[in-house]
Design a protein around this ligand. Sequence first.
Ligand code: PGA
Length: 252
Amino acid sequence: MRKHIVAGNWKMNKNLQEGIALATELNNILTAEKPNCEVIIGTPFIHLAKVSDVIDHSVIGLAAENCADHASGAYTGEVSAEMVKSTGAEYVILGHSERREYYNETPEVLKEKVDLALANGLKVIFCIGESLAQREANEQEAVCKAELEGSVFHLTAEQWSNIVIAYEPIWAIGTGKTATSEQAQEIHAFIRSCVAEKFGQEAADNTSILYGGSCKGSNAPELFAKADIDGGLIGGASLKAADFKAIIDAWK
Ligand code: PGA
């Protein structure tokens, strides 16, 4: 059956020393008291190699927050999937709404990134989700389905087994507004039905679908109790070990 996952997305926070300190603190806490779920931390590129050295990878997985849409070569400032993999990271977060919106990442570009990530042995946490205007127009299902079709539904069933989906309604990210657990469950069930239609029921049952958007210790238990919510992708509340641990503990 599918894994329960709590993944942190530090975004553009923490300098190198702060990031190492947070990863070390979290590692100490979670090696002393083993979590009941898979835990992943997503860090900026510059942290990856050092953080990789201070965590026990059997307890904490490591993710990049992006990778390039080209394999290698003259792309000044870019970081390839192969480079990410060479740091010890196991995952890459792709398709986050901030990347789509502020860096104009189109479905086609994301498709390239997904393919390169998988080809280099990385698992992908692929983010989808609607804006407030789209939710108000009741377009959330169409938006999520189109985002899946645009960048990850071309994969083979074998490749699909390395994909984790994160449903993140844009109106809930960093706003303090969480989707209700019913709203989240409804769309998670829809997303799983799309996966079933494409890859079959067994693959759908094995796919972890995370909720993201103002998830914290106080609302995680209610969200994670829902049948189709398999964990969370956590921004703000992943920046302090105690806050992140409170969410991990929702799986106890
Ligand atoms: P948030 O961010 O938890 O701060 O709302 C979630 C995300 O963007 O992954």
